[in-house]
Design a protein around this ligand. Structure first.
Ligand SMILES: Cc1cc2nc3c(=O)[nH]c(=O)nc-3n(C[C@H](O)[C@H](O)[C@H](O)COP(=O)(O)OP(=O)(O)OC[C@H]3O[C@@H](n4cnc5c(N)ncnc54)[C@H](O)[C@@H]3O)c2cc1C
Length: 381
C-alpha cells in the first residue's frame, strides 16, 4: 500500500521491519510461553534507538516528532510481536505526560534513563483502578496535600510493565468529588516508601508484556514529583491517549497483517478435495475481506497521524483509528484461524497467539465501546 512516506520515514520503517523480522519473530513464541520480560530484545531495540524514538533528542530520544513516522514503526514492530513491542514502548508510554506537562528539571531527571542505549529503564502509566476503568474520572486513589508534598492512598490495577518498571506515572484525585477536574499526575519510583507492586495478573495473551496491581499506603511524594498543576492530569492524559490510540490503530494493523500473510501462504499450499484451499471462494473471500479491513484501518490510522502532525484536532480520528485497527486485527486473525482450520488451534502455529493478542486491542486504552462513545459524541455535539 502506498503510504506516501518520505525517505527518512521509509528508512525508519525498514529498520523497524528488519528488527521485527530478525529479533522479534524468532523469539515471540518462546516469550509467550515463558512469560518472561524480553529484556534481551528490549536492550537490542534500545541500541538501535527504537525504545524512545519519539522522545526529544535533548533527553537522549530519537527526536521523531512525526506521528506518521511513529505509526510506520509501530506497525512493523507489532507485525514482529505486539507483546514484545509493548515492552519496547514502555518507556515512551510513561514519558508522554512528562513531556507534555513536566518541568525542564523533571524531564532532565526522568527521560534520559528511559532513552539509554545500553541500560534502558522501563516505565509504566497507571490510571485504571479496580472500580474505575472506562470511567477513569471515577478513580479514588487520593493524593492529599501535606507539608512538603502529598500523601497517596489507594490502588491501581492492570498496569502494563509494572513488574519491571522503575518509574511510574500515577494519576490520583487531589480534589475528591470533582472527578476529572481533580485528577493530578505524579511520578513514583520503585522503592518509594508506601508504594508496593502487587501480583502479576495472569493474562490470556501478550504474556511477556506483564501487568500488575499497584498499592499506595500513606505514600509520601514530594512536591517535585507532581507533574503539571493540580487538576491538569486528566486533560493531559486524554491528549496523550489521542496519540497512543493512533499508535494502537497501527498496532492492530500489524497484528492482523502478520496473521493475513501467514494465512495466504498456508492457503497457497494446503490441499482439500484435490484443490489448493485458496481456490475455494469461502477461503479466499475471507482473506480478501481481511485485506480490505486492514487497509481501511491503516488509512484511518495514517489520516489521524497526519492530522496530528499538522497540528489539527484529531481526537475523533484517533478513536476511529483505534477502533478500526482493533476490529481489523480481530477479523484478520479470525479469518486466518478459519484458513488453518484445526491447526490454528495448536500452539505450535502462531495464529492462536495473534488471535489472543488481537483481543487485547479491543480492551485497553479505552474499549471499543468507549471509542464508539467518542465518535458518537462528535456526531451529536
Ligand atoms: C492487558 C491489559 C493491559 C492494560 N494496561 C494498562 C495500563 O498500562 N495502564 C492502565 O491504567 N490501564 C491498563 N489497562 C486497563 C484498561 O485500560 C481497562 O481494562 C479498560 O479501560 C477497561 O476498563 P475495565 O476493565 O474496568 O472495564 P469496565 O470499565 O468495567 O467496562 C466493562 C464493560 O462495560 C463497557 N462500558 C463501560 N462504560 C461504558 C460506556 N460509557 N458506554 C458503553 N460501554 C461502556 C465497556 O466497554 C466494557 O465492555 C490494561 C488492561 C489490559 C487488559
Amino acid at each position: 500500500m502506498e503510504l506516501m512516506l518520505d525517505d527518512t520515514q521509509r528508512e525508519l520503517q525498514a529498520l523497524a521491519h528488519e528488527f521485527a523480522e530478525r529479533e522479534m519473530r524468532p523469539v515471540a513464541a518462546q516469550y509467550e510461553e515463558s512469560e518472561e520480560f524480553p529484556w534481551p530484545v528490549v536492550h537490542k531495540a534500545a541500541e538501535l534507538g527504537l525504545t524512545c524514538h519519539d522522545l526529544p533528542v535533548a533527553y537522549g530520544g530519537g527526536g521523531v516528532d512525526s506521528l506518521v513516522t511513529g505509526v510506520a514503526i509501530t506497525e512493523e514492530l507489532a507485525w514482529g510481536c505486539s507483546a514484545i513491542a509493548g515492552c519496547i514502548g514502555g518507556g515512551s508510554f510513561f514519558a508522554g505526560p512528562i513531556v507534555a506537562l513536566g518541568t525542564e528539571e523533571q524531564k532532565q531527571r526522568w527521560l534520559p534513563p528511559l532513552c539509554s542505549p545500553t541500560d534502558p529503564v522501563v516505565g509504566a502509566l497507571a490510571t485504571t483502578e479496580p472500580n474505575a476503568g472506562s470511567d477513569a474520572a471515577a478513580m479514588t486513589t487520593s493524593a492529599v496535600r501535606v507539608e512538603g508534598g502529598y500523601l497517596l492512598n489507594g490502588s491501581k490495577t492492570w498496569i502494563s510493565c509494572a513488574p519491571t518498571a522503575d518509574v511510574y506515572a500515577i494519576f490520583a484525585q487531589t480534589r475528591p468529588g470533582s472527578r476529572s477536574k481533580g485528577i493530578t499526575a505524579f511520578v513514583l519510583e520503585r522503592g518509594d516508601p508506601g508504594f508496593t507492586i502487587g501480583r502479576k495478573i495472569p493474562k490470556m495473551g501478550a504474556r511477556c508484556y506483564p501487568a500488575a496491581e499497584l498499592f499506595f499506603e500513606d505514600c509520601l511524594v514530594a512536591d517535585d514529583r507532581r507533574i503539571g498543576d493540580e487538576g491538569t492530569g486528566f486533560h493531559g492524559l486524554m491528549r496523550w491517549f489521542d496519540v497512543t490510540r493512533v499508535a494502537l490503530g497501527a498496532n492492530g494493523v500489524g497484528i492482523g497483517r502478520a496473521a493475513l500473510e501467514y494465512a495466504v501462504e498456508y492457503a497457497r499450499e494446503r490441499e482439500a478435495f484435490g484443490k489448493r484451499i485458496h481456490e475455494f471462494q469461502a477461503v479466499s473471500f475471507r482473506l480478501a475481506d481481511a485485506k480490505m479491513k486492514l487497509d481501511q484501518a491503516r488509512l484511518m490510522t495514517y489520516h489521524a497521524a497526519r492530522l496530528a502532525d499538522a497540528g489539527r484536532a484529531f481526537s475523533v480520528e484517533a478513536a476511529q483509528a483505534k477502533l478500526a485497527g482493533s476490529e481489523a486485527a480481530w477479523f484478520a486473525c479470525w479469518a486466518a484461524s478459519m484458513t488453518l482450520g484445526g491447526w490454528s488451534y495448536s500452539r505450535e502455529y502462531p495464529v492462536e497467539r495473534w488471535l489472543r493478542a488481537a483481543k487485547l486491542e479491543e480492551l485497553y486504552e479505552g474499549t471499543s465501546d468507549i471509542q464508539r462513545l467518542i465518535i458518537a459524541r462528535s456526531l451529536f455535539a
